[in-house]
Design a protein around this ligand. Structure first.
Ligand SMILES: [Zn+2]
Length: 79
């Protein structure tokens, strides 16, 4: 059973690259992270003062409340 994971981008260096939030259906957090890393806009930038560009994935307990009007099939970028 796949779970919905949400990644939130940190504005490391004072800017964003790609979507602010990224949602993906995956079996595990590791699989979700692999999907994130595979995206063309993924950037592993790390800033000493701002930290990692992407926060660790958060598993969404109630996906249909999180995304009430969006049909999530596989992965979805929410800007
Ligand atoms: Zn910084």
């Amino acid at each position: 059973m796949k779970k919905l994971f949400r990644f939130t981008q940190n504005n490391s260096g004072g800017y964003y690259i790609g979507p602010h939030r990224y949602y993906v259906w995956a079996e595990t957090a590791a699989e979700a992270t692999a999907r994130l890393v595979s995206k063309s806009w993924y950037d592993p930038y790390y800033c000493e003062c701002c930290g990692e560009r992407w926060w660790s994935p958060v598993e969404i307990d109630h996906p249909h409340e999180e995304l009430p009007n969006i049909e999530v099939i596989d992965d979805y970028c929410m800007h």
